[in-house]
Design a binder for this molecule. Structure first.
Ligand code: GLC
Ligand code: CA
Length: 543
C-alpha cells in the first residue's frame, strides 16, 4: 500500500547543536525556526526533532523530568508551537522523539516512587530487594556495569537500562501505561505528525529477572515477552487514531524479529531502525553490508518498511566512520548518500550530513560531553588501564563525533553561536560549512537535493523491488530497483581505488540512461558492460 510516510525523506534535527539564537551556547527551537528555509531547500518532508522536554540533561534530553514542558535551553511551549506551525506552513511534517522506557530520576513520578515502599507510585518503577546483600542480578546497563542502583532510603535497588539518572518505568503497571498514553495524546492533539520512539523494544523485561550467562552482551534487555502486547495496546489506544508516522528505535533485532514490530498486519509501528550496521559493524565491510541489506529486504518484502541510515546523534558521522573523510570526502559523502537514498527503506539525513561534516578528534577527555563515553572511560580507568589508551579506544565511536555544532560559515564558532558553544566546534569549519556548500553547484548539499527530488519523481526509488547484482565483489555494490517496468541500476565503488566491474548479463544495459552521478564528467555514451569506476564513484542508470 502506498502511504505518505513510505515516500518521505526525514531530516534529523539535533537542536542543541543546530543553531543558537540567544548566545547561551546551546542551539534552540528559535534557531530551528530561523533555519527552516534551509531545511526546506533540501526538499525533505519530515523533521525528526530530538527530545526537547524538561530534563536535567544528563543524557542530552533522554532523561525527561516533565513530558509536558519544554526545557529552558530549547525555549518554551509557545516557541515550540510556533515551530510546529512554521514547519507545517512550509509543507513539512514534524515528528517528536519520545522516551518511554525510562524517565529522569528527577521526574516527580520517580521522586514519589523512591520516597517509600508504600507510596502509590512505588510500582511505577522496577524495585527489587538485594540478593545476598548485592545487586538483584548480573545484568549490565548500556552506560554502567550494573542495571541496578541501590537506594538507601528503602533499602532496595531500582533498575536503569541506561545511566543511574534514567530509571526504567515498570510497563507492567497499568497506570503507567495509561499515563503514558494520555501524554502521547497530548502531543498528537497539538498536531504533530508522529514519533520516533526511543529504545522502544526495551519496555518489557525478562520475567523473573534471572542472572544471564554473558552479561556483557546486553541483548537480554530487549525484545522480551510482552513487548508486542504493549505496542498493540499503544496502537489501539493512541496511534491508530491519528494520521502519523512512527519509527521505533529497535536494537538487537534480525528481520524475523523486526517484522513483528513493523509488519503491516501487526498494528504496532510503521518502521524501525535496526542496528545490524550502526551497532554491529564498526568499520566498513562491503560483503557484510550487502548481506545485511539483502536479508532485511527479503525479510520485510511486501510486509513492512525498513529505514536507512548510517549515522545519527549516537553514531560517528558516516563519511568518517564508513567512508573517506580525507582526499575523497566529497565523492564519498555523495556515494553514501546515493546508497542510502536508493536502497529499499525510508532515508534519514542527520543534520550536517548534507554538507559532508566529519567526525572530530579533540585533544582531551575534558573536551567531551557524551555520558556513554565518559562513564566508560571512568569504568576502564578504574580497572587500572592506562587513561591515554582508554581515551584512544573511545575516541573513534564517541557519540560526540556527530554532536559538534553545525558549521554554518567561516565566522567565529562557525556561525553557530555568538557565545561559547556547549561542545567545541570541529576545527575544519573553515573548509566545510553551509555557506560554502550553498555557493558551490557541485557541493554535497546540491547532490542531496537532487537525490531527494528524484525520489519525488520516481516511485521506483520507493516501491521498486531490489536485487543485488554484485554478490562477491568486495568494493563495488551494484543493485537494481524495479517497479512497473522501470529498472534502475545503481553502481557504487566504495573504495579508494579504481574498480573494474562487469555488469551481469541479466541486466540489459543497451539503452541505459544516466540518471545521476557523483563525478561531473560521467558520460552518457560509455558501454556499460565493462566499466572502470573511479574511487568512490557512484552512478544511477535507468536501464
Ligand atoms: C537512544 C538515544 C540515545 C540515548 C538512549 C537512552 O539510544 O538515541 O541518545 O542515550 O536511547 O535514552
Ligand atoms: Ca540558545
Amino acid at each position: 500500500m502506498k502511504t505518505w510516510w513510505k515516500e518521505a525523506v526525514v531530516y534529523q534535527v539535533y537542536w542543541r547543536s543546530f543553531y543558537d539564537t540567544n548566545g547561551d551556547g546551546f542551539g534552540d527551537l528559535e534557531g530551528v525556526i530561523a533555519k527552516l528555509d534551509y531545511i526546506k531547500k533540501l526538499g525533505v518532508d519530515v523533521i525528526w526533532l530530538n527530545p526537547c522536554y524538561e530534563s536535567p540533561d544528563f543524557d542530552n534530553g533522554y532523561d525527561i523530568s516533565d513530558y509536558y514542558q519544554i526545557m529552558d535551553k530549547a525555549g518554551n511551549m509557545a516557541t515550540w508551537e510556533r515551530l510546529l506551525a512554521e514547519v507545517h506552513k512550509r509543507g513539512m511534517k514534524l515528528i517528536m522523539d519520545l522516551v518511554l522506557n525510562h524517565t529522569s530520576d528527577q521526574h516527580p513520578w520517580f521522586l514519589e516512587s523512591r520516597s517509600s515502599k508504600d507510596n502509590p507510585k512505588r510500582d511505577w518503577y522496577i524495585w527489587k530487594d538485594p540478593k545476598d546483600a548485592k545487586e538483584p542480578n548480573n545484568w549490565r546497563s548500556y552506560f554502567t556495569p550494573s542495571v541496578w542502583e541501590y537506594d538507601s532510603t528503602t533499602e532496595q535497588y531500582y533498575m536503569h537500562s541506561f545511566a543511574i539518572q534514567q530509571p526504567d518505568l515498570n510497563w507492567e503497571n497499568e497506570e503507567v501505561r495509561q499515563a503514558i498514553y494520555q501524554m502521547m495524546r497530548f502531543w498528537l492533539d497539538k498536531g504533530i505528525d508522529g514519533f520516533r520512539l526511543d529504545v522502544i523494544n526495551l519496555l518489557a523485561k525478562v520475567k523473573g529477572f534471572p542472572d544471564v550467562e554473558n552479561p556483557q552482551n546486553i541483548n537480554y534487555l530487549g525484545n522480551n515477552p510482552g513487548i508486542h502486547e504493549y505496542l498493540r495496546e499503544m496502537n489501539r489506544e493512541v496511534l491508530q487514531h491519528y494520521d502519523i508516522m512512527t519509527v521505533g528505535e529497535i536494537p538487537f533485532v534480525t528481520p524475523e524479529d523486526g517484522v513483528l514490530y513493523v509488519g503491516e498486519d501487526r498494528n504496532e509501528l510503521h518502521t524501525l531502525f535496526h542496528f545490524e550496521v550502526a551497532d554491529d559493524m564498526p568499520t566498513w565491510d562491503m560483503t557484510r553490508f550487502k548481506e545485511i541489506q539483502t536479508r532485511w529486504y527479503e525479510g520485510l518484502k511486501g510486509r513492512g518498511t525498513n529505514s536507512q541510515f548510517l549515522n545519527n546523534h549516537d553514531h560517528t558521522r558516516q563519511v568518517t566512520r564508513y567512508g573517506n573523510d580525507g582526499k575523497y570526502r566529497v565523492e564519498s559523502a555523495k556515494l553514501l548518500a546515493t546508497m542510502i537514498h536508493t536502497l529499499p527503506g525510508i532515508p534519514y539525513v542527520y543534520q550536517g550530513e548534507e554538507i559532508g561534516m566529519t567526525g572530530v578528534r579533540f585533544p582531551s577527555i575534558e573536551d567531551y560531553n557524551d555520558i556513554a563515553m565518559k562513564n566508560k572511560y571512568k569504568e576502564e580507568v578504574e580497572k587500572g588501564r592506562d587513561p591515554e589508551e582508554v581515551f584512544e579506544d573511545l575516541l573513534v565511536l564517541s557519540r560526540d563525533n556527530s554532536r559538534t555544532p553545525i558549521q554554518w560559515n567561516t565566522g567565529e564558532q562557525a556561525g553557530f553561536t555568538t557565545g561559547t558553544p556547549w561542545i567545541k566546534v570541529n576545527p575544519n569549519y573553515q573548509e566545510i560549512n553551509v555557506e560554502a556548500a550553498l555557493a558551490g553547484p557541485d557541493s554535497v548539499f546540491y547532490y542531496y537535493q537532487k537525490l531527494i527530488r528524484l525520489r519525488k519523481e520516481n516511485p521506483v526509488m520507493i516501491y521498486g523491488n531490489y536485487q543485488d547484482v554484485s554478490a562477491g565483489d568486495e568494493h563495488v555494490y551494484a543493485y537494481t530497483r524495479t517497479d512497473q517496468g522501470v529498472t534502475w541500476l545503481v553502481l557504487l565503488n566504495h573504495s579508494d581505488n579504481e574498480s573494474l566491474f562487469m555488469i551481469p548479463e541479466e541486466v540489459s544495459t543497451e539503452n541505459a540512461q544516466l540518471v545521476l552521478a557523483n563525478y561531473q564528467d560521467s558520460s552518457q555514451q560509455e558501454s556499460l558492460q565493462k566499466l572502470t569506476l573511479r574511487p568512490h564513484e557512484a552512478r544511477i542508470y535507468q536501464v
